[in-house]
Design a protein around this ligand. Structure first.
Ligand code: ADP
Ligand code: MG
Length: 254
């Protein structure tokens, strides 16, 4: 049965989508079956997987609002080889429409239940807010993967997410855990980075991944080609780092 992970941090630009796409490709390279769910109306994970968000016959919107079965909306990211449940701007409407539906926080969990046996990992790329879409991800998931930049106030920025996770553990999703904290755009020469890194380890202990993701221009370029870095430039530092992360994640989930 697959492990469902929400890749979440309500701050934008911390590397959620970059992590979702590159981790998906790297887990496939380690022979895992992966589904990437694009829950962000910006559709960046969809585009970054080589799927045109403007040209979707069916999307996560149709699945969440109940008009379509999950499997029929899934496409393959080629040549990376993971599956994608694509999303686009229609998800803005889904967020509103969900409010009127029954089990509004559990729609994604119900939808993923249909395809769960087909995957080892299901990765959910969350939007940069703690809205009803993100809530759906946190109800569907067993683990939360939190990408973050080691900058001033990074820890304070996490408190709202931590509170949401704690309250979900006491209500809709008792099994929810923090899967890991991932340091992104990491620059070891910066002393602030080191300070924040130490604080993170004090606070979250071994939940902080040993693997760090360096700032690497290939990671920023690859999405414009609709490719993960592992395909775009497999020897780039970014691609190698995400491969290492996949290895660390597989060891943790043995
Ligand atoms: P989020 O999904 O959290 O908003 P993104 O993954 O879209 O963040 O990253 C924000 C921007 O930073 C994007 O332009 C992305 O290409 C770039 N980026 C992310 N991670 C890295 C990295 N490790 N090195 C260089 N650029 C990165
Ligand atoms: Mg994003």
């Amino acid at each position: 049965m697959s492990k469902i992970l929400a890749i979440a941090n309500q701050k934008g630009g911390v590397g959620k989508t970059t992590t979702a796409v590159n981790l998906a490709a790297s887990l496939v390279a380690t022979k895992r079956r992966v589904l990437l769910v694009d829950l962000d109306p910006q559709g960046n994970a969809t585009m970054g997987s080589g799927i045109d968000k403007h040209d979707l016959e069916l999307s996560l919107y149709d699945v969440l609002t109940g008009d379509s079965r999950t499997a029929s909306a899934i496409q393959k990211a080629q040549p990376a080889g993971y599956d994608v449940l694509p999303g686009n701007g229609d998800l803005v409407a889904a967020e509103v429409e969900l409010m009127e539906l029954s089990r509004k926080e559990s729609r994604l969990r119900d939808a993923l239940g249909e395809v769960r046996p087909d995957y080892d990992y299901i990765l959910i790329d969350c939007p940069p807010s703690l809205n009803m879409l993100t809530l759906n991800a946190l109800v569907a998931a067993q683990g939360v993967l939190i990408p973050m930049q080691c900058e001033y106030y990074a820890l304070e920025g996490l408190s709202a997410l931590m509170q949401t996770i704690e309250s979900l553990k006491e209500s809709l999703n008792p099994k929810l855990e923090i899967e890991g904290l991932l340091r992104t755009m990491y620059d070891p020469r910066n002393s602030l980075t080191q300070d924040v890194s130490e604080q993170l380890k004090e606070y979250f202990g071994d939940k902080v991944y040993g693997t760090v993701i360096p700032r690497n221009v290939r990671l920023a370029e690859a999405p414009s080609h609709g490719l993960p870095a592992l395909i775009y430039d497999k020897s780039s530092r970014g691609a190698v780092a995400y491969l290492a992360l996949a290895g660390e994640m597989n060891r943790r989930n043995k």
